[in-house]
Design a protein around this ligand. Sequence first.
Ligand SMILES: NC(=O)c1ccc[n+]([C@@H]2O[C@H](COP(=O)([O-])OP(=O)(O)OC[C@H]3O[C@@H](n4cnc5c(N)ncnc54)[C@H](OP(=O)(O)O)[C@@H]3O)[C@@H](O)[C@H]2O)c1
Length: 366
Amino acid sequence: MSSKNKINHFFHLASFSTTKSHITAVVLVTVTARAAATKTTEMVKAIRVHELGGPEVLKWEDVEIREPGQGEIRVKNKAIGLNFIDVYYRKGVYKASTMPFTPGMEAVGEVIALGPGVTDRKVGEVVGYAGGPMGSYTEEQTLPANKVVPVPPSISPSIAASVMLKGMTAQFLLRRCFKVEPGHTILVQAAAGGVGSLLCQWANSLGATVIGTVSTKEKAAQAKEDGCHHVIIYKEEDFVARVNEITSGNGVNVVYDSVGKDTFQGSLACLKTRGYMVCFGQSSGTPDPFPLSVLAPKSLFLTRPSLMQYTATRGELLETAGEVFANIASGVLRVRVNHTYPLSQAAQAHSDLENRKTSGSVVLLP
Ligand SMILES: NC(=O)c1ccc[n+]([C@@H]2O[C@H](COP(=O)([O-])OP(=O)(O)OC[C@H]3O[C@@H](n4cnc5c(N)ncnc54)[C@H](OP(=O)(O)O)[C@@H]3O)[C@@H](O)[C@H]2O)c1
């Protein structure tokens, strides 16, 4: 029985055992004080960041977990998705609102308690969330109920945790930010990465000609399997010259660029007239500032989108996640959980992601 329920239980006993209201009040005060005194602080294991820096700042610690409040649920995590955004927060590229903080933007787990006012979730249900609030690198967490979505029973927690944030990103990039259609030619930078792998599979199924860049032969083989019609090893080849050759000098309709600093200028050069530059990440660093007039010769469009703004409403969140789950069920998306690590070894996982040793998705297991 939770501490809160204990208080309610004692209150009922006290109320029934006396008829005089002032005695009831005294008994209630005594009982409430006793309940508070016996309330034990519940602890779980989590990764904490006390100072910004390299992977070594990720510490495995005991943290207190609170009961769910109004509109909240408590979830026991089964699998946690690792995303490049976790590296940005750890290093301070993006600023966390508190210090110390628990990183992580994505997890799948079982609902183990409901706060007051939660009517659309059930204890025992498996739910997932992606995109905030931050704090998923933990055995258990308390979350706003309206931020989670139910995970279909046909999808395992590991698969779901590896695809929610990355798959929803692929959804908004391909279907809403720039709408890919049959006949389009697209360029996906880092095509063997977590998001890249899903972008290529999905774009291929939409009828686009997909060009992908990767750093190694092994990643090139994966990108081919994922539906890339042309793969460029950008560590060995000039990707701008190769795109020019592949498109017979026409350029591509859209570039999905998550690499940032190292590829930004080249990506602009790959676009056709009135093409779309979708700069959605900066794995190699933030692109250098540039004058707007750079866009003028080809009347280019430029956007720097974020998943949070494309899943801002409950309706958008459910629709976006629903489309991802449907594409897994239909076989459009074959999710690659290429790497799993115990949650306690998140530092190693971060190091491997940053050093370009991973491909597909990385999952942390509590
Ligand atoms: N805007 C949004 O809403 C949103 C949402 C999700 C993700 N993202 C962005 O999407 C990108 C991919 O995220 P992810 O979690 O799926 O990671 P990921 O693509 O699996 O990993 C990053 C990949 O980027 C490539 N890369 C190129 N230069 C790099 C460098 N200097 N350092 C590290 N990696 C480099 C590497 O692939 P190669 O070895 O093949 O070069 C690496 O494997 C990230 O930039 C992330 O911020 C944005």
